[in-house]
Design a protein around this ligand. Sequence first.
Ligand code: NFK
Length: 348
Amino acid sequence: MKPAAMASTSETSAASNTTYPQYLPNVPYGSQKSPLNTLDIFLPHSSPPDHDKSAIWVLFIHGGAWRDPTQTSTEILPLLNYLYKSPSSIPDLPNPCPPAPSLPDPAQRRTYEDDGVDIRPYIAGFASLNYRLSPDVKHPEHIRDVSDAIAHLVREYGVGRDVQFVLLGHSCGATLAAQYVSGLGLDRARQQDRVHPIALGLLAGIFDLGAFVARHADSPVYRDIVEGAFGRDEREWLEASPMQGMYGWEEGKVVLVGWSREDGLVEDAQSEEFVEKLAREQWARKEGSGSKKIAHTEGKRRHVGEWVGREVVSWPMEGEHDGLWGDGRQLAWVVQELVLRTVTRRCV
Ligand SMILES: N[C@@H](CC(=O)c1ccccc1NC=O)C(=O)O
């Protein structure tokens, strides 16, 4: 399956004669040569004009309990197909310098099935990461692969350096995203060379490995998952758990924590306790409208740059564990929320 937009319209950049959108699967990263040391890139349109540097990259880390070989970077495709299925080309952003920017009426810009602002012009690129799985590797190899993948994007596309990014993760992918910003499992060089996201979107994450095993003591698979990825020493579980991390990174504006009460695999308490932890670290608590968004925001106009401080947003989602990425619409709303809360348009 490839993003539907590939087959529909394409635009040509005059400067480079390159056509868009571009979908580049299985791009190798890092020095390890495993087929899982690869990432997929989707470039929806040519770079925004020089006057507008407010576009961001969206990075996604899939789940699968650190071990399921059927869960891969392709889990971003429902999101891409949802956002880019529309036959219309992606509109340019208006020049913000001056007059003061405001997007056209959202009602006029509704080109995908949503009630809000069309966020597509604000997204410069997507990357979906693969990383090596257990039992072939154990912690900290998974998180080091993630770090190497992001380092590749820094070098090739200036991600985190010339262009800001948001980091999304589902299930153990959310664990990896939280480990990345807090540096858990990263050696000194990788910690120091790291670029940081402006926002995290953590969906159905596992933040406390010990509790994950203990709360499912009747089901041996949970212990198998954690021992397979982190070994048998419970002190390792504690040290690697995002609940042990610190989340004061400078660039961070928003952490969206999303979960579904219908998730039969990861318990609500993982997300609830992580929200509490960030609140203790002085992140301001917000209740997001979540996947009930249409009902909540219908008729309300929202603007890019709504962000006011360091916020942790609880984001209610719907359906089963794997529906959170499998339903591209729910993931698109997460991305929209992060764009609305973080992207500040700049004149350069
Ligand atoms: N599909 C996975 C199961 C899985 O992903 C999972 C199971 C229970 C709790 C969390 C899970 N995934 C987290 O990334 C497997 O077959 O191992």
